[in-house]
Design a protein around this ligand. Sequence first.
Ligand SMILES: [Zn+2]
Length: 222
Amino acid sequence: MAQTIFCRLRCPRCFTSFPAEIALSTGTKGRLSSDLCYRGEGTFVYPYLVVVCPGCGFTSYHQEFDYLAELPKYSPYHPVGRALKNFLQERHHLYPGSEKYRLAAEDAKRRGSSPLAVAHLHLKGSWCAREEGNREAERYHQEEALRHFRLALGEVEEGRDAAVIRYLVGELCRRLGRFEEAEEAFGSITLRDLPYWLHNALRRMQKLAAQHDSSPQELPRA
Ligand SMILES: [Zn+2]
């Protein structure tokens, strides 16, 4: 089951150390949505994969921060436990997942990260926004993911990775209501390059694009 842990991290930029709640895995026994969001049983973990430094605002995957220690398990009546809970709740409120991924993507762009890395940050941001019920933020992240996946296609060699990117380009276009572009992207996939587990999804999303249906979809368990 997907779980989060409480720990102390240190920022690689300003060396502030601070408590954080992070997730170490996406869990098991999950379901996959048509834009490849894997949702394991238990907590929706994507907001906990990225951390915002309270000292300087640096935002990135938690692996980029120094892991200092797991925090002791405080009782809810312990003053430190209460202060910690309040701090984390406030941070969670200030930086919902969709906002964390927006900041992380901005930072990645400034650092000159690859378009593919930026695209994946925006894609995860769109999953968080969907979970938050924030359609405006979801569209923003989908548009940015789409733009960066298209840029990435210019850098990735044809083969499995390129086929999956083309599938995501098609699916993001479908979700954004750009049905002709979706059909074009789906049509550009070389089927033998696409992983077998995505073949049914491709056929279904192609059909939905042709019917001008932009609704989110869950993929059947393989
Ligand atoms: Zn910092």
